[in-house]
Design a protein around this ligand. Structure first.
Ligand code: HEM
Ligand code: 2DC
Length: 469
């Protein structure tokens, strides 16, 4: 028979003691590795309570499929209370990321039409291609400046600028020109604040905001300030466009971005637009840049794979003769690389949903309303679901191996990543241009590990050498 919820193995009976043990095991920055150990100890399902964070954890793709069948009409992921608190504290609206129920669905449907549906994807291709070309030009400039016909660097900051340039062009229809060196202190501050906000949020996952507010620690104030830096810059960008619309400038008519379109439509309130646009801009920086960095790092370790990709790209270019939209349809190995990167180095360590009905997973009863997490990081590294999981093999995504519920880097269903199409297009085009122009070598450590900083980031600098082809 089905076993009751309370029989589930795990550590959920003493949440404060558990949090202490977790902290002693280095859980704050290593939670993803601890999760793997927990699956070894408890099996493919376990219950956990760390402070206020209560969850059921699963690892298998089939169980993931059961979970997402029970996500309901208004899917909800873990409520990050510290994120909600900031909006309340400043009297700002929640955007698409933090809304729930019907309010979420309404803005999500409006936004999907501008950023996610296939019909609009073609519009981005040319914008993102332009930014990809600027990135290559920037690197060529640095190679020339070095006088050594190569450039050895930790690309993180350059990729942050590339990613902000990309999302900015899509949202506002205009270039910041960050890759041409036009970077104001406010812009750099915004970039810094995003990474800080993620990392400062990390310990607050397990503590209720009212307590943090009451204690008023330095960490909590730093955290609130990081969000201020994000919203101040978001407001500046939005006000600039609003002013251009008011002044009837031609630029906004000729190349309207997502923001202009939303303001003209009048489907969403201005405060809702502001909240969601700022979330999209902030969500578009560290995610794609870090995924690109890990990809370049993996390619640097496999020169022959670089050659295979160059051949695929050259053939695609030739057969489509400058039609980029068509070209992006025939580069399966490039796309395999991005899936493979997100398998080994996922931005999100897990996908979570509150169940909306009673379900049974691994023969345990799970009541409706439970937070269940599919641990993508653990799944991606388990030999049960991926052959030779430690090896970076993009072609595994092409044929042969089962792919059922395994490509989960962007989440799943109607609440999956809303930036997915922008991110994919941006990363594909960037990789194409990089591979067409440079050879990469790894000039840093051989096995850089991930660190949990709310999103997974490299635990040590990744140092690459780029040489012109
Ligand atoms: C949500 C991953 C890029 C904005 C998510 C989720 C994941 C994710 C796993 C949760 C999905 C779920 O719960 O099913 C990634 C990865 C990226 C990326 C791996 C790049 C490699 C972006 C970009 C943007 C963005 C470029 C902005 C344009 C968002 C937003 C949400 C979200 C706003 C919340 C959507 C909602 O609640 O309806 N992302 N993301 N992400 N992402 Fe991304
Ligand atoms: C972090 O256990 C680990 O896309 C927690 O662009 C569970 C959890 C919940 C929500 C996830 C978060 C994790 C990682 C970062 C995600 C977030 C949802 C959206 C966010 C995946 C897995 C992200 C990076 C957004 C961020 C936009 C923000 C800057 C406005």
């Amino acid at each position: 028979g089905v076993r009751p919820f309370d029989d589930m193995p795990g550590m959920w009976k003493n949440s404060t003691a558990n949090l202490f043990t977790f902290w002693k095991r280095g859980g704050l920055e290593n939670s993803h590795e601890i999760t793997i150990e927990n699956f070894k100890t408890f099996g493919p399902i376990y219950r956990e309570k760390l402070g206020t964070y209560e969850s059921v954890n699963i690892i298998s793709p089939d169980d993931g499929a059961i979970l997402f069948k029970a996500e309901g009409f208004y899917p909800e992921r873990l409520t990050i209370e510290a994120w909600r608190y900031y909006r309340k504290y400043r009297n700002y609206n929640n955007g698409v990321m933090l809304k729930s129920g019907k309010a979420w669905r309404d803005v999500r449907i409006t936004l999907n039409k501008e950023v996610l549906l296939p019909a609009v994807q073609d519009k981005f291709v040319h914008l993102l291609d332009e930014v990809g070309q600027s990135f290559v030009k920037h690197i060529r400039g640095e190679i020339e400046r070095s006088g050594e016909n190569k450039w050895t660097i930790d690309l993180t900051q350059d990729l942050f600028k590339f990613a902000l340039e990309s999302i900015g062009f899509v949202l506002y229809g205009q270039r910041f020109k960050l890759l041409e060196g036009h970077i104001e202190p406010e812009t750099q501050h915004f970039i810094n604040c995003i990474a800080k906000m993620f990392s400062f949020t990390r310990p607050f996952l397990y503590i209720p905001p009212w307590l943090l507010h009451y204690l008023g620690t330095k960490a909590w104030k730093d955290y609130l300030e990081a969000w201020d830096g994000i919203f101040d810059f978001g407001d500046r960008c939005i006000q600039k466009i609003e002013k251009q619309i008011e002044d009837g400038l031609d630029v906004v008519k000729e190349s309207p971005g997502v923001l202009t379109t939303l303001l003209m439509q009048g489907n969403m309130s201005v405060d809702d637009i502001r909240a969601s646009i700022t979330e999209l801009m902030a969500g578009g920086v560290d995610t794609t840049s870090i995924t690109l960095l890990w990809t370049l790092y993996e390619l640097a370790k496999q020169p022959s794979l670089q050659e295979e990709l160059r051949a695929e790209i050259a053939a695609a270019r030739k057969s489509t003769q400058g039609d980029l939209v068509q070209m992006l349809k025939i580069i399966p190995l490039v796309k395999g690389c991005l899936k493979e990167t997100l398998r080994i180095h996922p931005i999100a360590v897990n996908l979570q949903r509150y169940t909306t009905e009673d379900i049974v997973i691994q023969n345990y009863h799970i009541p409706s309303g439970t937070l269940v997490q599919l641990n993508s990081y653990a799944m991606g590294r388990d030999p049960q679901y991926f052959r030779n999981p430690e090896k970076y093999i993009p072609s595994r995504w092409l044929e042969g191996d089962s792919r059922y519920f395994r490509n989960v880097g962007f989440g799943f269903g109607p609440r999956q990543c809303i930036g997915r199409r922008i991110a994919e297009t941006e990363m594909q085009l960037c990789l194409i241009h990089m591979l067409e122009n440079f050879r990469f070598e790894n000039s840093g450590k051989e096995d850089v590990q991930s660190t949990f900083s709310l999103i997974l980031i490299p635990g040590e600098p990744i140092i690459l050498t780029m040489r012109p082809l």
